[in-house]
Design a protein around this ligand. Structure first.
Ligand code: ADP
Ligand code: ZN
Ligand code: ZN
Length: 739
């Protein structure tokens, strides 16, 4: 016997409730997750519509009390049912409850009503109305008379305006409605996310030869019986966006719709403007600064055909288009495509899964693809198309790498090397602009030597140890712990410690070094208010400052044609982050930073300051050489079994009681050994997570590495069950994080 878990009419019910129904024998072959079914519901057994979200052979209650499904409407797939299938896929592949997955995919379930506008309308014929008016004019009902006269004239009045200007109080309106003279109509008003009034439409640009060939190759891929996702690797400024637009045009011509994912940080007015200029009102945007209601409106417009191109971050992936044809993921390598909350999905894999369900295409774009995407393109799992030249033959900037150890030896303790200072002086004299970039990640607790560059690393995991308040150094993969050295173990120098300078200090140093220089700063602090991010960019574009100092926020979003010098203050900040992706991340950030300059007619130049000038991530980014970087990085991943050479599952446990948490994580570890005995599984930890305690909640982690993703999924499934029935986990929250 098969039972189906069903949610009812997702547009109105709360998602938290599922109901179990029996699948009649004749439907057993047919029934699938996502399907729309008819079911008898409630005491009256009224037939209602429901969606199958899971199938099982285990009844939740006494089987005799479970009603049977009346009918399933096969062939009648709806947008919702396809999104539910996607949610089921996410639940399975990332680990979460079905409800959590559904809430991610159908976020509009929160009770939000679109804003409504009320109108008063004439409800009688004009002739009749005139007669009534004649009668009214003889009475003392002044307000009713005024209202009817106006209605006869305009036919339809906005309620609030009528109330204000004509004194049509609710009593007046109510009375006339009662008499059948007028009726009230409601219009849903959809907040449009783009104010397009001032955006002039632009015709399609003519693609250059390389762009044309790239588009052509992608279109050819789409002709194949089973088109693969295509990775479009194009250097910064090569015109990837032009290629995307060409492809979108193709999709729109077929009557289909497209989603364009962009990292949140790059989702500026400028980006949206480009798409709007090209596709006009067909384009909409969602972003995290919008209210729930605004986002709801955009999804509703998409469902109704009012929007055909949705631009947005990760969550735009779930736009309920009726006939999705294409998903583009720009800057595919960006870490923000990975969700930080359960289900911890990655937009790349999830896009490919959705495309599979919808028979849509996927294009991934990047100048510096993730190792995951590039390795799949190498193996033929993805198609690979390249753009090798900047548009208009603008040269790539000249890059110099400055060894900060030399600076210290030469007696310069400033965060600006002598060479960078000289170049800045030159540019300032020519009235050109400069960007200084501090590639600090959220957390940089590493300890290094300023004299020789030595970094304290874990002997087992080859990642930087991070400093804790108690002065001890800790590995966040395996839990290895050691004392912080007082002098450098390599050269004996006492200059060993953390890197403390922030954007604010750098801005001050710039002002002290170049009196009269105009600076702008962009970091978390200066961009907290709505719109401030764009204000700073606009001010810089308008030459209100000579130097823009900022975190990685500054490397995206805008084209500044007059920026001719980019300085990276300390490349090591991202290089020594305590995770295995830091080499990749550094390479990507540096390439992007370097790519920011020389985008106008003037040639550009970049300076990278570092304690590790010999590191391949720095060498390769200076040379803008992706292939060499990829090969080095991949061999490191293979050596240490890090993704994509292997798959990794992080099991994150959190809880208020440290002892209970430690105990639970220990049980999980033992359980894993019990259910999986093969030698090909690596179990690392439990150890304290990168941030071991947040708001008095302790956090620990176990890592599993295995070559097969499916094996990790299977182990996850078993663990989920174990956790559910085991009382030791009641006060512990366990999350799964695949990579
Ligand atoms: P990418 O996204 O690859 O960094 P963009 O699409 O932003 O590159 O293009 C870089 C610059 O070159 C933009 O200012 C863009 O308008 C211009 N450009 C690219 N392709 C063309 C083209 N075919 N015709 C005119 N301008 C182009
Ligand atoms: Zn040293
Ligand atoms: Zn370790």
């Amino acid at each position: 016997m098969i039972y189906a878990d069903i949610i009812i009419d997702i547009s109105s019910e709360k998602l938290d409730k599922t109901f179990q129904y029996r699948v009649p024998e004749e439907l057993e072959q047919e029934i699938k997750v996502g399907m729309v079914v008819s079911i008898p519901f409630g005491n009256g057994n009224k037939i209602r519509k429901g969606y199958v979200i899971g199938l099982t052979d285990k009844p939740k209650v006494d089987p005799d009390r479970i009603k049977a499904i009346s009918q399933c409407s096969s062939g009648q797939e709806t947008t919702e049912s396809r999104l539910i299938i996607l949610a089921a896929w996410m639940r399975e592949n990332y680990g979460s409850t079905m409800i959590q997955a559904l809430k991610t995919v159908l976020p509009i379930q929160e009770k939000i009503r679109a804003k409504e506008k009320r109108y008063l309308c004439l409800n009688v014929s004009e002739e009749e109305g005139r007669k009534i008016l004649e009668g009214l004019e003889k009475t003392r009902f002044k307000a009713r008379t005024r209202l009817l006269r106006e209605l006869l004239d305009k036919k339809r009045l906005e309620y609030t305006l009528a109330a204000k200007e004509l004194g049509a109080t609710s009593a007046v309106v109510g009375k006339m409605k009662e008499q059948g003279i007028l009726r009230i109509e409601y219009d849903e008003i959809f907040r449009n996310s783009i104010d397009g009034k001032d955006i002039p439409r632009e015709p399609a640009l003519t693609l250059n030869r390389e762009q044309e060939q790239a588009a052509e190759k992608i279109l050819q891929e789409w002709e194949r019986p089973e088109p693969r996702p295509v990775l479009l690797q194009g250097v910064t400024g090569s015109g990837k966006t032009q290629v995307y637009m060409r492809l979108i045009e193709e999709i729109l011509a077929k009557g289909q719709q497209a989603v364009v994912l962009i990292p949140e940080i790059a989702l500026t007015y400028q980006t949206v403007r480009r798409f709007y200029a090209r596709f006009g009102e067909k384009v909409s945007v969602i972003n995290s600064r919008q209210s729930q209601g605004e986002r709801y409106d955009q999804f509703k417009r998409a469902r109704g055909g009012g929007v055909q191109v949705m631009v947005g971050p990760r969550s735009a992936l779930f736009t309920p288009f009726p006939d999705l044809g294409l998903i583009i993921i720009d800057e595919e390598h960006e870490p923000s495509y990975k969700s930080e909350s359960t289900p911890r999905y990655h937009a790349r894999e999830t896009a490919i899964a959705r495309a599979g369900i919808e028979h849509a295409r996927v294009v991934l774009g990047s100048a510096t693809p993730s190792l995951e995407a590039y390795s799949r393109a190498q193996s033929g799992e993805y198609g690979l198309v390249k753009l090798t030249a900047r548009y208009g033959d603008r040269p790539m900037p000249q890059v110099s790498v400055i060894d900060l150890r030399e600076e210290l030896r030469g007696g310069n303790r400033s965060v600006l090397s002598r060479s960078l200072q000289e170049k800045m002086k030159e540019r300032l004299e020519k009235k050109e602009q400069i960007m200084l970039f501090l590639n600090r990640r959220g957390y940089a607790g590493f300890v290094s030597c300023r004299s020789c560059g030595f970094v304290v690393k874990c002997p087992h995991c080859d990642v930087s140890l991070s400093e804790h308040n108690n002065g001890r150094l800790l590995c966040h993969y395996c839990g290895y712990e050691t004392r912080k050295p007082q002098v450098c173990p390599q050269c004996g120098s006492p200059y060993i410690g953390g890197f403390k300078a922030g954007t604010q200090q750098i801005e001050k140093v710039v002002r002290d070094t170049f009196p009269g220089v105009r600076t702008l700063r962009m970091d978390f602090d200066t961009t907290r208010n709505k719109g401030s991010y764009e204000q700073i960019l606009a001010a810089f574009a308008a030459h209100e400052a000579d130097v823009l100092v900022g975190t990685q926020m500054i490397v995206k979003g805008h084209d500044f044609p007059d920026v001719t010098l980019v300085g990276v203050i300390a490349a090591d900040l991202s290089l020594n982050a305590e995770d295995y992706r830091c080499g990749e991340r550094t390479f990507q950030l540096l390439c992007q930073a370097v790519g920011r300059c020389g985008r106008g007619m003037k040639a550009g130049e970049a300076v990278i300051q570092t304690y590790h000038p010999e590191h391949y991530s720095i060498q390769a980014s200076a040379a803008q050489d992706y292939q060499t970087f990829y090969e080095e990085e991949m061999s490191y991943r293979m050596l240490l079994d890090y993704p994509p050479a292997s798959h990794m599952l992080a099991i994150l446990g959190s809880g208020e009681n440290e002892e209970v948490l430690t105990q639970a994580m220990h049980y999980l570890e033992l359980y894993i050994y019990r259910i999986y005995r093969e030698k090909d599984l690596h179990v690392i930890g439990p150890a304290y997570a990168a941030i071991g305690k947040v708001k008095d909640i302790y956090r620990q982690v176990i890592y599993l590495k295995h070559k097969e993703y499916k094996t990790l999924v299977r182990i996850k499934d078993q663990m989920e069950k174990y956790i559910e029935i085991n009382s030791g986990f009641r006060k512990i929250y366990i999350q799964f994080d695949f990579s």
